[in-house]
Design a protein around this ligand. Structure first.
Ligand SMILES: NC(=O)c1ccc[n+]([C@@H]2O[C@H](COP(=O)([O-])OP(=O)(O)OC[C@H]3O[C@@H](n4cnc5c(N)ncnc54)[C@H](OP(=O)(O)O)[C@@H]3O)[C@@H](O)[C@H]2O)c1
Length: 337
C-alpha cells in the first residue's frame, strides 16, 4: 500500500460516519497530512447543509493550532472531488485554494453535473498540484448509491427478504394483521440498521394490507427512510401504520407494473437508494427485469411453513459476496454483476 493509498483509506473510513445521514449528498472524508507525514486534521461530511469534509478537516487542524504556514507545506486528501458550486455551503475547491495547500489528492471525480471536473480545474488553475484516482475502486464502492443515482439516473436498489428453510416468505394463512416472524431478533435488528442506511424503503400494497408494517428502523438508531408503497388501486388508507408521521410516505399509483417506471419515479423524487422488502411479487418483478444491485436473503432455520408464498428467486448474472450466521439464522448477500 502506498502512502497515498494509506491516507485515502483513512478518508474512506471517516466518510463512512455519514452513512444514512448525508442524502442527497455523497459520503466524503478528508485528511490533512503535514510535511512530516503526520495527520494534522481530519473531517467528514455528516449531513446535507452542514460543512463538507474538507472544511471539517481544516477546522480540526486550525483547532489544533495549524495555520497557513502549515497548510502551504501540507497535502489535503479527499475521496471525492472538492465541490465547485455554492449550494447550502460555499465551494470547497475555493476554500482549498484560499487556504493555500501544497497538494490535493482526490479519490474520484464527482459525477454531479454541477461539479464534474470543475473543482479540479479551480484548484489546478491556482497552481496547486492535484492527483486524481487513488483507490478509485474503493471510492466508487463507498459512494455506490450517489454514483448510481447520478450516472444511471436511478436509485441504488437493494432487495431484502426473510425466508423459511423450506423456501417461503409468508404462511398460506394467518390470523393476525402482522408479520409472522421467520428470523431471530438479531437479524431483525440488522435489517433495521440496513433501513437506516438507505434513502427509501419500498413494499407492495399486499404487504401493507397483510402485515400492517411500520417500515421504520425502530430497533436501530438513525433516520427512518422514506416509505414507498406500490399501490395502483389506492387501497392503502390513512389508518395503516405506514401512513403515520414516523417518516414521509410516497404512494406510487403507476398504471403499469414497469419497474423502470417505478425507479424513474423515485429518481424524480430524488431517492438515491431504496431497500425493497417485499413481498415476492414486488421483489421478483425487480429481479425479472434485472433492476437490482444487491440482495440480502435472510434464512430462518427454526421455522417451517410447509406451504405459503414462495420466496423470490434470484436469476441472471450475480455472485454471493458472503454468507454469515446470525445466531441460528443464515444471511447471504448477493451482488448483481
Ligand atoms: N418474509 C418477508 O421477508 C416478507 C416481507 C414482506 C412481505 N412478506 C409477505 O408477503 C406477502 C405479500 O406479498 P405479495 O407478493 O403477495 O404482494 P406484494 O409484493 O406485497 O404486493 C403486490 C402488489 O404490489 C403492487 N406491485 C408489486 N410489484 C409491482 C410493480 N412492479 N409495479 C407496480 N405495482 C407492483 C401491486 O399492487 P396493485 O395490484 O394494487 O397495484 C401488487 O398487487 C404478505 O403476506 C407478507 O406477509 C414477507
Amino acid at each position: 500500500m502506498t502512502t497515498e493509498d494509506k491516507y485515502m483509506q483513512r478518508c474512506l473510513q471517516l466518510a463512512q460516519n455519514g452513512l444514512g445521514t448525508t442524502y442527497p449528498n455523497p459520503l466524503v472524508g478528508s485528511v490533512i497530512v503535514s510535511e512530516n507525514d503526520e495527520i494534522i486534521g481530519e473531517g467528514w461530511h455528516l449531513k446535507s447543509g452542514e460543512p463538507h469534509a474538507e472544511v471539517n478537516a481544516v477546522r480540526d487542524a486550525e483547532k489544533k493550532g495549524y495555520d497557513g504556514d502549515a497548510f502551504a507545506k501540507a497535502t489535503i486528501y479527499v475521496n471525492l472531488e472538492p465541490c465547485s458550486h455554492t449550494g447550502k455551503t460555499p465551494p470547497c475547491a475555493s476554500m482549498i485554494v484560499q487556504k493555500g495547500f501544497k497538494k490535493v489528492v482526490v479519490g474520484t471525480l464527482d459525477p454531479h453535473d454541477k461539479v464534474a471536473g470543475k473543482g479540479i480545474t479551480i484548484i489546478e488553475k491556482a497552481g496547486i498540484e492535484v492527483v486524481v484516482g487513488i483507490l478509485e475502486k474503493e471510492c466508487n464502492e463507498l459512494n455506490k448509491r450517489f454514483f448510481t443515482f447520478h450516472r444511471r439516473q436511478r436509485p441504488y436498489v437493494i432487495l431484502k427478504w426473510a425466508e423459511t428453510s423450506d423456501g417461503f416468505i409468508a404462511p398460506a394463512t394467518k390470523n393476525e394483521q402482522q408479520p409472522v416472524w421467520i428470523t431471530n431478533k438479531y437479524s431483525r435488528q440488522l435489517s433495521h440498521q440496513l433501513r437506516a442506511e438507505e434513502d427509501a424503503i419500498l413494499v407492495g400494497a399486499k404487504t401493507v394490507i397483510d402485515d400492517n408494517p411500520s417500515l421504520t428502523c425502530r430497533d436501530w438508531s438513525g433516520k427512518n427512510p422514506t416509505r414507498v408503497i406500490l399501490d395502483s388501486r389506492n387501497s392503502i388508507t390513512s389508518d395503516y401504520q405506514v401512513m403515520d408521521d414516523a417518516a414521509p410516505t410516497l404512494k406510487l399509483q403507476l398504471s403499469s407494473s414497469n419497474t423502470l417506471e417505478i425507479l424513474n419515479s423515485l429518481y424524480q423524487n430524488n431517492v438515491q437508494s431504496v431497500i425493497i422488502e417485499g413481498g415476492t411479487t414486488t421483489i421478483q418483478s425487480f429481479i425479472d427485469t434485472g433492476l437490482w444491485d444487491e440482495a440480502y436473503q435472510f434464512m430462518g432455520t427454526e421455522v417451517l411453513f410447509h406451504e405459503g408464498l414462495q420466496a423470490p428467486v434470484l436469476k441472471g448474472d450475480y455472485s454471493m459476496l458472503y454468507r454469515k450466521m446470525i445466531a441460528n439464522d443464515v444471511l447471504k448477500i448477493y451482488r448483481k454483476k
